[in-house]
Design a binder for this molecule. Structure first.
Ligand code: R5P
Length: 289
C-alpha cells in the first residue's frame, strides 16, 4: 500500500498527490525545540508500506532538507518496505560539479544524504541539469512541468502568442510550452556589439503586438525576467507573462517583475506560493504508479 507523507514545505502538493493516488495522507507532527532543532513524529508504524515522502527543499533549504532526512529515516525505521523521496524543488542542484579546485559538489552531498537517510529512489521536477540524475547512486527520475504550464496557458486565449526562452538554455523549454498551447517559440539571444556592449533580442521572431510568455525553469532574484521584460517592452510586445516551474522569488522579486511590466507570474507548486497555479501532482502520480 502507498502512503503519502506530507513534508511541511509541501502540504498542498502532498494532499494533491494523495488524492490522485487515492491513498492515505500522513501529516507528521513537527515542532521546533527552543534551540532551533526539529522534533518529528510520524505517529504510526509503516510496516510493509511504500512511503512517498513529499518535501520541497525551498528556502529555508537547510531546515527543509533536515526535515526531509528525518522523514525518510523515520519512514524506513518504522518498517516501510520502500521509501520514495519526492523532492519537487531540489536545493543545491545548481552546484552539480566542481567548477573551481576544492569546491564542494553540493548536489552530490545532498543526494548521498538522501540515500543514507533511507530513500530507495528519488523523484525530481525540472532539476537544474536533467543529466545529473543519471549519476545519482540510486534510481532517480526527473520530470518536466513544461507541458503542464503549456496546458494552463492554452486556457488564457492569448493573442498571437509566443513562448520565449529567457536564454538559449530555455529554448527547449519554450518549445515544449509553445507546442502544448499552439504558440510559436523562440529565445532571447545575446549579441556582442563591441567588446563592452551586448544587445539582447529574440533570435528569429518579431514580438511586436504579441502576447509573449517568457519561459524559464527558475525565477530566483528575478533579474533575468526583468531584463527580458525590458527588452520586450521596448520591442512593442502587447503583454508579457513569466512562466516557470520553480518560483524561488528571493526577497521582493515578484514586485520587481510587476514593476517591469510582467502581467502575471505562472508557476507550479514545486514551491508553494500565491503564483502556484499549476500542480505537478500528475507527474508525481505517474512516477509513483
Ligand atoms: C539559469 O540557469 C536559470 O535557468 C535561470 O535563468 C536563473 O536561475 C534565473 O535566476 P534569476 O531569477 O536570479 O535571474
Amino acid at each position: 500500500m502507498v502512503i503519502v507523507i506530507a513534508g511541511s514545505a509541501s502540504p498542498k502538493l502532498s494532499a494533491r498527490v494523495a488524492r490522485r493516488l487515492e491513498c492515505r495522507l500522513l501529516k507528521p507532527e513537527l515542532q521546533h525545540f527552543p534551540d532551533g532543532e526539529l522534533y518529528l513524529k510520524l505517529g504510526t508504524e509503516l510496516k510493509g508500506e511504500h512511503a512517498v515522502v513529499v518535501q520541497s527543499t525551498r528556502f529555508p533549504q537547510d531546515l527543509n532538507l533536515m526535515e526531509l532526512f528525518l522523514l525518510l529515516d523515520a519512514a524506513k525505521d518504522t518498517g516501510a518496505s520502500r521509501v520514495t523521496a519526492v523532492v519537487p524543488y531540489f536545493a543545491y542542484a545548481r552546484q552539480d560539479k566542481r567548477f573551481k579546485p576544492g569546491e564542494a559538489v553540493s548536489l552530490k552531498t545532498v543526494v548521498k544524504l538522501i540515500q543514507r537517510a533511507g530513500a530507495d529512489d528519488i523523484v525530481a521536477v525540472d532539476i537544474h541539469e536533467e543529466e545529473t540524475v543519471r549519476d545519482f547512486p540510486l534510481p532517480a527520475k526527473n520530470f518536466t512541468a513544461m507541458p503542464l504550464l503549456g496546458r494552463y496557458l492554452k486556457k488564457l486565449g492569448l493573442r498571437s502568442p509566443l513562448a520565449l526562452g529567457a536564454d538559449q538554455g530555455s529554448e527547449e523549454r519554450a518549445k515544449i510550452v509553445g507546442d502544448e498551447f499552439g504558440a510559436e517559440h523562440d529565445y532571447l539571444e545575446k549579441h556582442r556589439l563591441t567588446p563592452t556592449k551586448v544587445a539582447t533580442k529574440p533570435k528569429k521572431l518579431d514580438v511586436s503586438g504579441r502576447d509573449v510568455v517568457i519561459v524559464d525553469d527558475i525565477i530566483s532574484t528575478g533579474g533575468s525576467m526583468v531584463e527580458a521584460a525590458k527588452i520586450l517592452q521596448h520591442l512593442g510586445a502587447r503583454s508579457i507573462r513569466a512562466a516557470c516551474t520553480h518560483a524561488v522569488l528571493v526577497g521582493n522579486a515578484h514586485e520587481k517583475l510587476k514593476a517591469a511590466g510582467i502581467k502575471e507570474i505562472i508557476a507550479t507548486d514545486t514551491i508553494e506560493t500565491p503564483f502556484s497555479v499549476v500542480s505537478v501532482s500528475p507527474l508525481i502520480e505517474e512516477a509513483v504508479r
